[in-house]
Write a protein that binds this ligand. Structure first.
Ligand code: ZN
Length: 247
């Protein structure tokens, strides 16, 4: 009956590998959303308890609710919408986990900071920036996260990387005193890249003991026709390819 449950986050008897879930739970009326974005809400439409044939819910959800992906169309009218993204870049993609937990609130992450990680950056690789900030999810301090500076994002794109994820609200600084900061968004989305925001618990990847040079990640959006973004279920695991010898 419950064969597909992994509620304990342990490997179920049917699992082939240990997945690390990098997604925030969506809890009705209790999900942080950017100003002006819709609140996530779920309402029961059909109910077994009330004699209906099944349990069914109606969702109100924004394209940027919870852990989600920004498609180029988010900032560019002629940009690629979320349903036309190249899924091969988002499915079991080799991933580089950049540990930036040493950074403070509103501190920039520079190309220099990325030094130890840049040699592995190339086309087809996803760069996941771990600020450790997802533990502040739902708190007023959530928007005070470190951010990627413009030069760092430009250099990442120059390596061929087109997928950048972060465990914070945005790769750009969020600072009302400075107005809207969208330089990194415009740079990444304007060059055919995508941004994954509000990843959850990237530090678990570091602490899991899995081989970081063998990390893969899936960040699959819903097939929302012509839209600007989509919630994703983000999961990472060790591919095991490096342990497999071909004779
Ligand atoms: Zn977004």
């Amino acid at each position: 009956m419950h064969d597909l449950s992994t509620a304990s986050n342990d490997v179920s008897p049917l699992s082939l590998r240990k997945l690390i879930d990098l997604t925030h739970p969506l809890i009705s009326s209790n999900v942080f959303s950017c100003p002006g974005h819709p609140m996530y809400a779920a309402q029961r439409t059909l109910s077994l308890a009330k004699g209906d044939i099944a349990n069914v819910h109606t969702l109100q959800i924004g394209t940027h609710s919870g852990t989600h992906i920004d498609a180029p169309y988010h900032f560019f009218d002629d940009g690629i919408p979320v349903d036309e993204l190249d899924l091969s870049l988002l499915t079991a993609a080799p991933a580089i986990l950049v540990d930036m937990r040493k950074k403070n609130a509103h501190e920039a992450i520079t190309w220099e900071d990325l030094g130890p990680y840049t040699a592995r950056m190339r086309a087809g690789v996803a760069v996941l920036i771990c600020t450790g900030w997802s533990k502040n999810w739902g708190q007023p301090t959530y928007t005070d996260h470190p951010y990627l500076d413009g030069e760092a994002s430009r250099r990442i794109l120059e390596t061929g990387v087109r997928v950048i994820g972060i465990d914070a609200m945005s790769p750009d600084e969020v600072n009302p005193e400075k107005g809207d900061c969208i330089d990194v968004h415009r740079l990444v989305l304007g060059n055919g890249g995508v941004i994954v925001e509000n990843l959850n618990g990237l530090e678990k990847v570091v602490e899991s003991g899995i081989r970081l040079d063998d990390l893969v990640v899936s960040l699959l959006p819903l097939r929302l026709t012509s839209l600007d973004g989509s919630p994703v279920r983000a999961v990472a695991w060790e591919s095991g390819r490096q342990h497999t010898s071909i004779n």
